[in-house]
Design a protein around this ligand. Sequence first.
Ligand code: KMH
Ligand code: ZN
Length: 277
Amino acid sequence: MRVEKLIITAAICGAEVTKEHNPNVPYTIEEIAREAYAAYNAGASIIHLHVRYDDGTPTQDKERFREAIEAIKAKCPDVIIQPSTGGAVGMTSVERLQPIYLNPEMASLDCGTLNFGGDEIFVNTENMIIEFALKMNEVGVKPELEVFDKGMIDTALRLHKKGYIKTPMHFNFVMGVPGGISGEIRDFLFLKESIPEDSTFTATGIGRYEFSVATMAILTGGHVRVGFEDNVYISKGVLAKSNGELVEKVVRIARELGREIATPQEARKILGLEVKS
Ligand code: KMH
Ligand code: ZN
């Protein structure tokens, strides 16, 4: 197996985590740009982006995304920006799809419905997934296939067979969401062994799984996502000062394990991203 350099994605903001969880969670455009810059400086080549209004309310508003993307690009011109099309629980498809019309290089594509804790349901019906995939194809945006459970890989593969999702496919194993697959080693291997050989994957561990899942991905040739969207602690009970601190920890683990870190340009090559103006 050829092991590529490690692509680190920073999910800096999310839609659910708040300043009550960690005061360093960014809401304003300036805070989002600050956190993206810290993550990029530490070694992140992709920013998985949600946006908020200044009071912390999540939004998929295209103009708010435009502002955030411009502010991030001003500080880190070559970073890959991957807007979310998941948004927040309860948003419509039309709302969620807005940022793909800003010509990003990638966007997330959630591959199934799941319980999201308590009474919350994150809805992604098959028809929605097809609609999102077709629209991303139309505008030339590479989907990162977000899978919260094994069945979502099967859905993605079925939709690929029907021609809706193109190869090479890039998956994100999101592990440890209440309602989804856990972040245990057995489950990680089950997901990894279920994707086609010519695809790539990133792994995301939620909460206490963040760094153990990252380590599994580093060891097995995958890529890693960390950030406040997924976890706000740098170690047990200690809040992270920034997304940069979370990325730095992944870089340290990767170096110890002999994995080099990809620059944004190298990440583009590994993922087969289209060059955009
Ligand atoms: N905020 C979650 C409901 C994505 O970005 O595509 C969905 C989410 C997934 O964060
Ligand atoms: Zn997200």
